[in-house]
Design a protein around this ligand. Structure first.
Ligand code: DX5
Ligand code: ZN
Length: 219
């Protein structure tokens, strides 16, 4: 994936009008970022399988499901069957990352691995070549609307280097604090997939917000 893309994160959408919110971004993205939180791995709870099944009927966008849950292995299959296209788990939540990646691939889905800002970036580098997506958290996972952690730039660059060395087309995703002020810098550091929640959904014109972020990222 050479061009930079913006994946709207529905965490900041109006859940009372979720289908409408998704329709409003369909013209300007092909991806939808879906944050599943369990109140254990992160200090917040969002939504789970029934919501994903419901919105699956409403859109053909590619579902990028970001699991912020403990024991993701127990749930990978049910999320795959609920309509996820890409399934991302946190490296901190598994004993054997290879097992989780293999399980996602065996279900015919794209496998992503994410890393918490407190985890040394070196931990994820050995797995980059095996994944379809690496998600670098640029805030502490759990809530939208936080400020971008500047130290994420070096972490993105380290993953970008490993991805380039692998010779594979791996999505380098960055999640947290992406806005018009940070989009250009994360893209320059090597991210090509920008997750954005509040920057998209707090703007009444969600489509215009995506266009603006893309413009910044490509500047
Ligand atoms: C936070 C989530 C993010 C969140 C980002 O734990 O993983 O996807 O939606 O929100 P913003 O873009 O508002 O920082
Ligand atoms: Zn996320």
């Amino acid at each position: 994936m050479s061009d930079v893309v913006v994946a709207p994160s529905i965490l900041s959408a109006d859940f009372g009008h979720l289908a409408d919110e998704i329709k409003q971004v369909e013209g300007d993205t092909t991806f939808l970022h879906i944050d599943v939180m369990d109140g254990h791995y992160v200090p917040n709870i969002t939504f789970g399988i029934p919501v994903i099944q419901s919105i699956r009927k409403q859109t053909n966008l590619i579902f990028d499901v970001h699991l912020m849950i403990t024991n993701p292995l127990d749930f990978i299959e049910v999320f795959a069957k609920s309509g996820a296209d890409m399934i991302t788990f946190h490296i901190e939540t598994v004993d054997d990352p290879d097992e989780a990646i293999d399980k996602i691939h065996a279900l015919g889905k794209r496998a992503g691995m994410s890393i918490h800002p407190d985890t040394p970036i070196e931990k994820i580098l050995p797995y980059v070549a095996k994944c379809d997506l690496i998600l670098i958290m640029s805030v502490r996972p759990g809530f939208g609307g936080q400020s971008f952690m500047e130290e994420s730039l070096d972490r993105i660059a380290a993953v970008r280097k490993a991805a380039d060395e692998s010779g594979k087309d791996i999505i380098i995703s960055v999640d947290g604090g992406i806005c018009t002020k940070t989009a250009a810098r994360v893209a320059k550091a090597g991210a090509n997939y920008l997750v954005a929640g509040s920057a998209v959904f707090s703007n009444d014109d969600h489509a215009a917000a995506i266009k603006e972020l893309l413009k910044c990222a490509m500047s």
